[in-house]
Design a protein around this ligand. Structure first.
Ligand SMILES: Cc1cc2nc3c(=O)[nH]c(=O)nc-3n(C[C@H](O)[C@H](O)[C@H](O)COP(=O)(O)O)c2cc1C
Length: 216
């Protein structure tokens, strides 16, 4: 009698592609990964988008060196995964140019429809309250829509943080967020990191469910 074969449970690789100049988005990305990794069968991979500013400009902006344990993303990292979370710091109310340049390198993927149906999420960081948490997230959705990606918003799944008006915190229905402070001196709070982690877990479960549904 032939041995019964059991189908392997699906696994989901989630690329967490981000840009961070001063470390806030990087800290949020690490928490997002913790959330992804907490889900059975899911694995988060941290990737940073290439820098586009010269060393002179980076020095003038007092940018510290990049984290050595996080490899650089390339165009293949858009494709070789089951979902992508984008970590985006605000520049003048919308995404940093480094992230935009990275999206602008994906015309070939757009032509082939390579990202159609791939789940995506965003989380953000900006300086001040009212400085662009929601505009940064919302304007990022145009990139995702043009690629035909499925945007997975977070909604209000962390009401203990999202509805807490007694503390300063970032985040919105679009995704987790951090308020860095006007001079960048504020670190992501435990509450902000906890939302990033919860969003990571929710996004990983969603990507896994989509993959499972498609393979059924
Ligand atoms: C050129 C520039 C423009 C910025 N524009 C905004 C802005 O429009 N609104 C805001 O609240 N913060 C703004 N910031 C602050 C950044 O959003 C903040 O430094 C960033 O979220 C920190 O993330 P990071 O530590 O991961 O780099 C700006 C910063 C720079 C350098």
């Amino acid at each position: 009698m032939a041995a019964a074969t059991t189908a392997a449970a699906p696994t989901a690789k989630i690329n967490i592609i981000h840009y961070s100049m001063y470390g806030h988005i990087e800290a949020m990305a690490r928490s997002f990964k913790e959330g992804v990794d907490s889900v059975d069968g899911a694995e988060g991979v941290l990737l940073r988008v290439p820098e586009t500013l010269s060393d002179d400009v980076l020095a003038a902006m007092h940018a510290p060196p990049k984290a050595e344990d996080i490899p650089e993303a390339d165009r293949a990292t858009f494709v070789d995964c089951d979902g992508i979370a984008f970590g985006i710091p605000t520049r003048f109310g919308m995404m940093a140019a480094q992230m935009k340049a990275f999206f602008d390198s994906t015309g070939g993927h757009w032509q082939k429809g390579a990202l159609v149906g791939k789940p995506s999420a965003v989380f953000v960081s900006n300086g001040s309250q009212g400085g662009g948490q929601e505009t940064t997230a919302l304007t990022a959705v145009t990139q995702l829509a043009h690629h035909g990606m499925i945007f997975v918003p977070y909604g209000y799944q962390s009401p203990e943080v999202q509805f807490d008006s007694s503390s300063v915190h970032g985040g919105s229905a679009y995704g987790a967020g951090c308020i860095a402070g006007a001079d960048g001196s504020r670190k992501p709070s435990e509450a902000e990191l906890s939302v990033a982690k919860a969003q990571g877990a929710y996004f990983a479960k969603t990507a896994l469910a989509l993959k499972k549904g498609r393979s059924a």
